[in-house]
Design a protein around this ligand. Structure first.
Ligand code: ZN
Ligand code: ZN
Length: 300
């Protein structure tokens, strides 16, 4: 074996020996669910984790407890007190039911700084209504004998965004891009660029070439999907709805075939009467790259 071949072989060995979860930037699937009350799949929420900082995309039901579970398994950036930054894809309830949790629970647990949110128009009003709804709770916790808190929880920094770069720090650049999601006026996907990885998260969307444009050989594409076999057995009125709002397995396979991500991660899976295996087979019928169907607390 030549010296060059040896070097190449050694490099390949290192690449094989280092799974994606060992990369500096990790993608943690806090919740992979949908509105369906599947006890194994909490509401949609994905964390991009870089060292000790976490960036949440969406905050479905159970978000703080799923983050605590990830912390328990060693991802310390997902401690409740470190959940300070979140990006909303859109305001559908399955993606936002955890917002009161994200505002209040870490505050009670002595998070040092207020929550900062980025998302579509309406996020500010939603946040205000939630804070107002918990006025009695906040009053009792503030003046009723709990030890002094770090800040006033009514203080949430909300940024209603337009497409483009919406956030940047020394670790990450976050770009929001519009996606088509039925009647929603604003729905976003997000692209995270870190020193070692590019991660694209679709949010809820119909099939759209802008996702391919954002990915283009990105490291990880996290994309919503529904099963075509499951869809075929749905009532006609629901079929019309799903087709208008979401992306089928084969449509996603075609998108991935053009975008060529290092890893395609299925989430927000609408499987219905079909199976996860069948869903994966449907995607693979249109895409020959690496694809996994995510479960809650998977790390990529
Ligand atoms: Zn959804
Ligand atoms: Zn939605």
């Amino acid at each position: 074996m030549s010296r060059l071949a040896l070097i190449v072989a050694a490099a390949l060995l290192v690449m094989v020996a280092l799974p994606h979860s060992q990369s500096r930037t990790r993608v943690v699937m806090l919740g992979t669910g949908t509105p369906n009350a599947d006890p194994d799949r909490y509401g949609p929420s994905v964390a991009v984790v870089d060292d000790e900082t976490s960036y949440l995309v969406d905050f479905g039901v159970g978000v703080v407890r799923r983050a605590a579970a990830a912390e328990r398994s060693g991802i310390t950036a997902l401690a409740a007190t470190k959940l300070t930054l979140a990006f909303a894809t859109h305001l559908h309830s399955d993606h936002t039911l955890g917002l009161a949790d994200l505002i209040l629970t870490p505050w009670i647990l002595e998070r040092p700084t207020p929550l900062t949110l980025y998302g579509p128009r309406g996020l500010r009003a939603m946040t205000k209504h939630l804070v107002d709804a918990y006025a009695d709770d906040i009053r009792i916790r503030t003046r009723g004998g709990e030890p002094k808190h770090q800040y006033d929880p009514r203080l949430v920094r909300v940024h209603e965004i337009s497409p483009g770069v919406v956030y940047r720090d020394e670790r990450v650049t976050v770009t929001a891009f519009p996606v088509p999601h039925g009647a929603w006026e604003q729905a976003f996907g997000y692209r995270f660029q870190t020193p070692d990885r590019t991660i694209v998260i679709s949010g809820d969307t119909g099939p759209d070439s802008r996702i391919e444009d954002q990915c283009r050989r990105c490291d990880v594409l996290v994309h919503e999907v529904y099963s075509e076999a499951g869809f075929a057995k749905r009532p006609a009125d629901w079929q019309a709805y799903h087709a208008r709002y979401h992306t089928s397995s084969r449509q996603l396979g075609a998108i991935a075939a053009r975008a060529r991500p290092g890893l395609l991660v299925l989430y927000h899976q609408l499987i219905w009467s079909s199976t996860e295996e069948e869903l994966l087979n449907e995607v693979r019928s249109a895409y020959d790259g690496q694809v996994v169907s995510a479960h809650d607390l998977d790390v990529y």
